[in-house]
Design a protein around this ligand. Structure first.
Ligand SMILES: NC(=O)c1ccc[n+]([C@@H]2O[C@H](COP(=O)([O-])OP(=O)(O)OC[C@H]3O[C@@H](n4cnc5c(N)ncnc54)[C@H](OP(=O)(O)O)[C@@H]3O)[C@@H](O)[C@H]2O)c1
Length: 310
């Protein structure tokens, strides 16, 4: 039996579906959403509150694997209960900012505290530190309703946003396969994109001529404070102010061309005599370049999932 906390959330709901599709028994923990919130038949749905682990005491029977959300001070009690119940594997959803080790940043701090509790739990663990979720785009819904030009914060900051579906697939693998024990992974999406790139793709999907206008920091801060506690708003600004502002180079554009290096070491492409091109990733002479564009983010927003935070 696999116990999934945050089972109505972006990642948890995908994980419930993935494990269920494998034929694994799943116990879905719901908090404020209704218990019958679209789970596949056969999923054991229970109510529970991670701020009060006693509400989960009846949910441990037969559980061998757990998916845990970060950010709950009561995690040590939850983890003790899990161990006492005979749980074997635990996957913690953390975040990339935990890697900074910065306890003065409110978001990093709660991720780090959760990771520390998990490492000390005596359970076999895997920690996931994903990049931002593609579902964060749902936060733009009101702006999308208002028009085609979106005033967005952090317009110069790139993210390789990940689809929660893909993150759930990583969590599933970590729960089912012991080879991921005691490992920390940093899953990301396939493309490093500016908000303007993401909005352009969204526009293509929605059939709208969408574009982005950079929102000044002070305006963005005021807007974020209407929905987010100040310490987390500060944490967002702190993290994004450290993000590099340069545009990353692609493999083709690399100044230290791997192609040149490979050619010099004699492992380059076979020369045809017709061209001196040493780029093994480039087109053969006379042929158009191959399309090496990575998979585009899928626009599969789920209603009611706007609350995600880093
Ligand atoms: N968004 C990002 O870019 C990002 C990046 C890295 C890490 N993360 C982390 O990923 C986590 C999950 O994100 P998400 O997008 O899946 O969130 P989400 O869609 O908002 O889901 C949050 C889940 O937490 C549950 N929940 C809320 N309070 C709870 C409580 N007291 N006890 C038990 N469950 C509770 C909710 O249940 P109900 O619906 O039943 O209330 C919901 O299922 C967040 O904790 C965030 O820190 C997010």
């Amino acid at each position: 039996m696999y116990l999934v906390t945050g089972a109505t959330g972006n990642v948890g709901s995908e994980l419930v579906r993935a494990l269920h599709a494998d034929g694994e028994p799943v116990r879905a923990i719901v908090h404020s959403n209704p218990a019958d919130d679209g789970f596949p038949t056969g999923v054991d749905v229970r109510s529970g509150d991670l701020t009060d682990p006693s509400t989960l005491r009846d949910a441990w029977e037969g559980v061998r694997g757990v998916f845990l959300l970060p950010g709950y001070d009561q995690a040590p009690t939850f983890l003790r209960d899990a161990r006492a119940a005979g749980v074997e594997r635990l996957v913690l959803l953390s975040g990339g900012s935990a890697g900074s080790g910065d306890m003065s940043n409110a978001i990093s701090a709660y991720m780090i505290a959760s990771e520390t509790a998990v490492r000390a739990s005596g359970l076999s663990w895997t920690i996931l530190r994903p990049s931002a979720f593609m579902t964060n785009a749902l936060r733009w819904r009101d702006k999308l309703d208002a028009g085609d030009v979106l005033r967005l914060p952090f317009a110069g900051v790139r993210t390789a946003a990940i689809d929660p579906f893909d993150l759930a697939a990583v969590a599933r693998a970590a729960l089912l396969d012991d080879r991921h024990a005691e490992r920390t992974y940093t899953p990301t999406g396939p493309e490093s994109l500016l908000p303007a790139d993401q909005v352009r793709i969204l526009g293509e999907v929605l059939g709208r001529p969408l574009s982005v206008e950079a929102q000044p920091d002070e305006e963005a801060r005021k807007e974020m404070l209407t929905t987010t506690p100040p310490q987390y708003v500060d944490a967002f600004f702190d993290s994004t102010s450290r993000a590099p502002s340069t545009s990353p180079r692609s493999l083709r554009q690399s100044s230290r061309s791997p192609a040149d290096g490979l050619a010099r070491s004699g492992t380059g492409p076979r020369r045809t005599g017709r061209s001196s091109s040493a780029d093994p990733f480039g087109p053969p002479p006379g042929e158009p370049a191959r399309d090496v564009t990575p998979r585009r983010p899928r626009a599969r927003p789920r209603p009611g999932a706007e609350r995600a935070a880093q």
